[in-house]
Design a protein around this ligand. Structure first.
Ligand code: ADP
Length: 571
């Protein structure tokens, strides 16, 4: 296989390089596209968010004008009373411009010790006027005018509620318009509106040049509902681009949320694209969160699509290369095996011819010699016996070779059929050794150890005989004339056969492969003749009898072949 491996390795490396290149390029382009689009998108959205904020800011500024206008009215009017206040309110021409304004009112500043005087004075104008809720020890900020007249909060002490009081104090100190935090409007005694809003406070002094509490007359105030304000100011103009979430004061608590168009919408997950902006209007902090609507984040999907397309294309190309490589590699392997088997066939033909030629040459020589002796009248009956014995020996050898070749083809086609019969195996081994007698020398004449002279088996007699013959022939061929021992041991339902010689032994690298076809374990035909088929056929016969064969050997010290066979295998 070594031959076929390297060129394919080159293509495989190329395939992986292409694969990695494809994946990297897909990721690179998709990410680049995503990154650029994200940048562009964020810039665009940021710009829009800034515009939204400046729009709110300028709207607030416009709204403040109504307060400064009212302040001017208070300053320029000598005496303000119920009547001219409502006249003023009703004559405000462009109040409709100030969408979201809920009303316009005035709160008097009443120091604690002046409460009685104030009540006396105001009741001349509003007979049943009362300050509510009333705390004994504080200054009071009761509402005395509030338009439209439908509001029922005249007399409500704005100083009694923390957020209002805190904003009023700040307004007095700064002499500026100040906005309260999130409040719920008082509708009448004991009832408040559920819609949150805020109030603008603007202090009015007796002398505007010295703004202090001593100098304070009261506070002009304008209530708003957040809902009206933000829907008009933001959602209408930017609602297509964003969902909004707006906090007043700080953004740490859900209580401070004054507007939320996001709610539980799925788009919340686009938190990655959230824009947070802070703004401070009339002393009040606002935190605005802008969440782009998912339809505006198309580029996310496009980048993903790009990545998927890139990767799919890469994998398709890889698969194509892979399949082509596999096919090419397979046909190269097939080609390699074809060449190898052709080579093996050629080697076998040359080996077999050599093996067959040796006995044929010997036969021809004997025959020629016999003819010559006959012509010279030297052919004695003694000589005829010698020639015939030699001829029989060479014909036996030829027969064995031809049989081995026939067996190989039988094994290949699955036709090595076994014909089992009952016989005494001990007897068979003894007869066989006797028959092979002439092949042994005095040094290697086998020593036979048999534990039981009668071992009954159900095997293919001729094939088993072939197995023992093969092992004994090998012991003669490779045993270097060393002593041979054959041992037959009965072991329960098995029979163990050992054939031992003390010859050349087998190199460790070949101890397993000698049972393969044509394996000669590095021995050349000139050294010892053979086709490398005997052990292969032996192995097939043994396994055909459900048995096992293995070898123990040490180079230069000899080999012992072991066979273990069940006495009655199932065929
Ligand atoms: P062959 O004898 O025709 O070569 P075998 O299949 O009988 O074929 O044996 C395969 C190889 O195993 C031999 O070529 C030889 O190298 C080795 N071998 C077999 N028997 C022995 C043995 N008893 N001692 C050493 N080597 C052996």
């Amino acid at each position: 296989m070594k031959r076929g491996k390297w060129p394919w390795l080159k293509f495989k490396i190329l395939k992986w390089i292409l694969g990695w290149l494809g994946i990297s390029l897909s990721v690179f382009f998709a990410y680049n596209y995503y990154h650029n689009q994200k940048q562009r998108f964020q810039n665009k959205m940021n710009l829009k968010a800034e515009r939204a904020i400046s729009r709110i800011d300028s709207t607030f500024k416009i709204y403040e004008t109504i307060i400064t206008q009212t302040q001017a009215f208070f300053i320029t009017t000598q005496e303000i009373n119920n009547k001219n206040f409502y006249n003023y309110y009703n004559n405000l021409k462009d109040i409709s411009r100030f969408y979201g304004i809920k009303g316009l009112g005035f709160t008097r500043y009443v120091p604690n010790e002046k409460l009685e005087d104030f009540l006396k004075e105001i009741r001349k104008e509003i007979p049943d006027f009362e300050v509510w809720p009333l705390n004994d020890d504080e200054d009071y900020f009761p509402v005395i005018y509030l338009a439209p007249e439908s509001f029922r909060t005249i007399g409500y002490n704005q100083g009694s509620e923390n957020k209002r009081k805190e904003a009023i104090e700040r307004a007095i100190k700064s002499a500026e318009t100040i906005m309260t935090g999130k409040i719920n409007f008082v509708l009448e005694k004991g009832t408040t509106s559920t819609d949150p809003g805020f109030i603008f406070f603007r202090p009015l002094y007796k002398d505007e040049t010295s703004p202090s509490k001593k100098n304070l007359i009261g506070i002009i105030f304008v209530p708003f509902l957040y809902q009206d304000f933000f829907i008009d100011g933001l959602v209408e103009y930017f609602g297509e681009d964003f969902y909004f979430k707006i906090f007043v004061g700080d953004d740490s608590s859900p209580e401070n949320i004054i507007h939320d168009t996001l709610g539980d919408k799925k788009d919340k997950k686009n938190g990655e694209f959230e824009f947070k902006k802070h703004m401070r209007i009339f002393g009040q902090d606002f935190y605005l969160y802008f969440y782009p609507r998912s339809e505006n984040i198309e580029f996310l999907r496009t980048s993903f699509l790009l990545l998927t397309l890139g990767l799919s294309f890469t994998f398709l190309v890889l698969k194509f290369i892979n399949d082509t490589l596999k096919r090419a590699e397979q046909s190269s392997i097939n080609e390699y095996y074809l060449q190898e088997s052709l080579k093996a066939r050629d080697e076998f033909i040359s080996l077999a011819s050599h093996e067959l030629k040796t006995p044929l040459t010997s036969l021809k020589l004997r025959a020629q010699l016999a003819i010559r002796k006959l012509q010279n009248n030297h052919l004695t009956s003694e000589k005829i016996k010698d020639f015939s014995t030699e001829i029989v020996k060479q014909v036996d050898r030829l027969e064995r070779l031809v049989n081995d070749i026939l067996d190989i083809s039988r094994i290949r086609t699955g036709n090595l059929s076994l014909q089992p019969e009952r016989f005494n195996f001990s007897q068979l081994v003894e007869d066989l050794i006797n028959r092979m007698g002439p092949q042994f020398s005095t040094e290697n004449d086998p020593k036979l150890i048999i534990t039981n002279p009668e071992i009954n088996v159900y095997w293919d007699k001729l094939r088993i005989e072939q197995v023992i013959t093969n092992l004994l022939t090998n012991a003669i061929k490779y045993g270097e004339n060393s002593p041979i021992t054959v041992q037959v041991v009965e072991e329960n339902s098995d029979v163990l056969i050992k054939v031992k010689d003390e010859g050349r032994g087998i190199d460790q690298n070949f101890r397993e492969t000698i049972f393969n076809r044509f394996e000669r374990a590095g021995i050349s035909p000139n050294e010892v003749s053979g086709l490398g088929l005997g052990l292969y056929i032996t192995y097939q016969i043994v396994t055909g009898h459900s048995g096992k064969i293995w070898v123990q050997s040490e180079l230069g010290k000899g080999s012992t072949f072991h066979i273990k066979l069940p006495k009655n295998p199932i065929f």
